[in-house]
Design a protein around this ligand. Structure first.
Ligand SMILES: C[S@@+](CC[C@H](N)C(=O)[O-])C[C@H]1O[C@@H](n2cnc3c(N)ncnc32)[C@H](O)[C@@H]1O
Length: 270
């Protein structure tokens, strides 16, 4: 396991993914009924933007760094910015911390991370959140066992590092098995777009699970760079009502600052 998210935390793709996650969580929070969050590839949960990894790539500086002065009237965007600001200058929250901060007493987070160092840091970070649990494990292997959640409502974030050659297939298979157990859940599946054909093939595999409602969201840097990821996507299965609108409006404020563009495609339903 060579991938370390600290090099990429807070980049344009992280911002887009985390905005989507916050939009989904805010939707789940609209009802009193409890919900579960399962984060299969959770990372360490918080990232030092002044650290050597972030400084080496400069990705966060061109990502969340460009939103430092942004204020918004939009619920999703302002909530996301508030959550980031709450972490303090120089720290960027990962997906499990964003989720943990939004949980109510009736909700629950299971955050799984395989890398022992990151998993240990995550466990410490989540300690103050009584409804959040960190697990050191393989997120793919744990996913099916955690579904369906007793709450019968929730979001599953599948955000692998795609290090292994066959990881697109592994992720699609893990999703299909999860979907069979919990077809009404909201799923957000992140993927890098290094080649259009590979990304389209992956989306096709996810669709083949029989998903009725899938929105694909792509973000890309206007000026692609040779040495870093310049495009990424998120498949949102069973997206919340008006999710596309909400994201479109947030992106209209954020993406010009990130020098990025977005595209939405309904692959099923919509
Ligand atoms: C893209 S990062 C996650 C970022 C995080 N979801 C966020 O948004 O803040 C992917 C993480 O998955 C971890 N990882 C890789 N393979 C894994 C596996 N099979 N199970 C769980 N975690 C894994 C990596 O160590 C890395 O921390």
């Amino acid at each position: 396991m060579n991938y370390r998210h600290a090099f990429h935390a807070g980049n344009f793709a992280d911002v887009a993914k985390h905005l989507a996650l916050v939009a989904i969580l805010l939707h789940l929070l609209k009802k009193q009924a409890p919900f579960a969050v399962v984060d299969t590839h959770a990372g360490r949960g918080a990232y030092d933007l002044g650290g050597k990894e972030a400084q080496r790539t400069g990705e966060a500086e061109r990502g969340i760094g460009r939103l430092a002065d942004l204020r918004s009237e939009l619920t999703t965007l302002s909530s996301y910015l508030d959550l980031v600001h709450e972490c303090g200058v120089g720290t960027y929250p990962g997906s499990p911390l964003l989720a943990a901060k939004l949980l109510r007493p009736q909700d629950r987070l299971v955050a799984i991370e395989k890398h022992p160092d990151d998993a240990a840091a995550l466990a410490v970070l989540l300690k103050p959140f009584p409804k959040a649990r960190a697990e050191t494990a393989d997120g793919y292997a744990r996913l099916a066992a955690l579904l369906p959640p007793p709450e019968r409502r929730g979001v599953i974030l599948i955000d692998p590092s795609y290090e292994a050659e066959d990881e697109f297939q592994t992720a699609a298979r893990a999703f299909a098995a999860a979907y069979r157990r919990f077809a009404t859940g909201i799923y957000a599946i992140w993927f890098p777009v290094k080649s259009r054909a590979e990304a389209d093939g992956f989306c096709g595999e996810v669709l083949a699970a029989g998903t009725a409602k899938v929105l694909r969201l792509d973000v890309a840097l206007v000026a692609p760079a040779e040495d870093r990821l310049s495009a990424a996507g998120l498949l949102v299965v069973n997206p919340p009502y008006r999710f596309e609108d909400e994201m479109g409006r947030a992106f209209a404020e954020v993406l010009p600052l990130l020098e990025a563009t977005a595209r939405f495609d309904w692959l099923a339903g919509g």
